[in-house]
Design a binder for this molecule. Structure first.
Ligand code: PFF
Length: 460
């Protein structure tokens, strides 16, 4: 039996609707833009293997914990944590976990929206046939010209923020649910088409061995932290996004099966993106470690050379924009839900307030790629020597705030909530699978996160 509380923001129409929304949140720029470039920067195979292990032993159990807390609390993460802490006689300061998550979501969206803006710009660039017949150099010049221009980045960032806030203002189900149902399968199909192209590109074997042949001499303690941080980022964990979506989940849906399905789909998309991109990298003599511009400097080469490339290219970036859109909504939903609950705002007004603040903060990222590209705030600290403000924001949120949030979610669900309450909410009995989940969130997740943190701190 799940808790009897009801959310004032409404409910998903079914378990499938939740799966789609959670997949919509999970699958985004993290899978297609970020995963390939950080795998490229961190040596490939060994990094990918660590990321996969983190998904299985940390990601899935924490996702279950987040959904469980959300469904039991049925409010924004801040109020859910407050209510559950009172109910379980835990310290009232647990509500700060909700606050930290809200801050993380807002910081992530501030840069996420700028990158989504690049994808929007590329819808028009590929669609107009700009890349037809271009070499790797030509494609790279187009990318560099774009990011060097702050006004252009600002314009695309603004458009993407308006798109996001328009949907958020309308509420959780409705349009979004329907769009995701159609677009996710389309994204899969298109990724397969791209993998098919990569297969014939002449670099497939090299690409596959780069991605799947682990060479542990290439991985550093910091690389392990980045792999773990990415497991949180890609599954939207550690900041309350999945918790707030869980709060709209009907009481009867199986949490475990749902979370496994979402994680599998998310991982598949990331691996397909890697399989599409790395063969092109090697076939064209490019560098896997070029950083955040990787997909924008590789995929257009493929689109520039395949039949109907302008069409496929445009379609690909349209789908990428949709994937980013359905993720960005979940980044800001905890804040909007809280403003509605605690500040008595209407959804529309809350969306405007949250959106404007995020937009303003996004200017830091816009400028990181051009006017402030030489501004290295932490240049005195080894691994941050070359980090721009965007790099620091990304590092702070994905590698520190999300794993820390996830660790605390695990501690709350496994140590503070009564066993009876979790058995009750997960509704999968008290057998082997429940015990496995509880063991993972009680011991493995917290210990793994702490060890990786300590190791990374020791090299900074
Ligand atoms: N999971 C999204 C992606 O991979 O693009 C990003 C994200 C969404 C992170 C929501 C965190 C979050 F709460």
């Amino acid at each position: 039996m799940a808790s009897e509380r009801e959310s004032i923001h409404g409910q998903w129409s079914s378990r499938l609707a939740f799966i789609l929304a959670a997949t919509g949140s999970a699958v985004g720029l993290g899978n297609i833009w970020k995963f390939p470039y950080i795998a490229g920067e961190n040596g490939g195979g060994a990094f990918v293997l660590i990321y996969l292990v983190c998904i299985a032993v940390i990601g899935i159990p924490i996702m279950m914990a987040e959904v469980l807390l959300g469904r039991r609390g049925r409010q924004s993460p801040i109020n859910t944590m407050r209510t559950l802490a009172a109910e379980e006689h835990a310290n009232r300061h647990w509500k700060w976990l909700g606050w930290a998550g809200m801050l993380a979501g807002f910081l992530i969206l501030s840069y996420y929206s700028v990158i989504a803006g690049w994808a929007l710009a590329y819808v028009f660039r590929t669609g107009s046939g700009l890349f037809t017949g271009l070499t790797a150099d030509g494609v790279q010049t187009i990318f560099t010209n774009m990011v060097n221009d702050p006004e252009r980045l600002l314009a695309w960032h603004t458009i993407f923020m308006v798109m996001t806030m328009t949907v958020v203002a309308r509420g959780v189900s409705g349009g979004l649910e329907k769009a995701v149902k159609l677009l996710m399968p389309a994204l899969f199909v298109l990724l397969f088409v791209l993998v098919g192209y990569a297969w014939n590109s002449g670099g497939f074997y090299q690409g596959v061995s780069f991605l799947f042949q682990p060479d542990f001499s290439k991985i550093t303690a910091n690389g392990i932290l980045i792999a773990m941080g990415h497991a949180f980022f890609t599954l939207s964990l550690g900041m309350g996004a999945i918790m707030v979506y869980g709060s709209y989940l009907p009481g009867t849906a199986s949490i475990a099966k749902t979370c496994i399905a979402v994680s599998l789909m998310d991982t598949l998309v990331a691996l397909l993106a890697g399989l599409a991109i790395f063969p092109i990298v090697f076939a064209n003599g490019l560098e896997p470690g070029v950083g955040p511009g990787l997909i924008f400097q590789t995929l257009p080469i493929a689109f520039g050379h395949m039949d109907y490339g302008a069409f496929f290219g445009m379609l690909f970036f349209v789908l990428l924009v949709f994937a980013a859109w359905s993720s960005s909504i979940s980044l800001i939903e905890p804040a909007v839900a809280w403003l509605v609950e605690n500040r008595g705002m209407t959804r529309i007004f809350a969306s405007v307030v949250a959106g404007l603040t995020t937009w303003l903060f996004g200017l830091l990222t816009v400028l990181s790629f051009n006017l402030w590209s030489e501004l290295k705030l932490l240049s005195g600290i080894g691994i941050f020597r070359d980090s721009t403000i965007f790099d620091l924001l990304d590092y702070l949120t994905a590698n520190i705030m999300l794993p820390l949030g996830g660790l605390l979610i695990a501690v709350f669900a496994a140590w503070k909530m009564s066993r009876a309450a979790t058995v009750d909410e997960l509704a999968m009995g008290d057998g082997f699978f429940y015990k496995l989940w509880r063991f993972l969130v009680r011991y493995i997740t917290p210990v793994a996160v702490i060890i990786v943190f300590l190791k990374a701190v020791s090299v900074i």
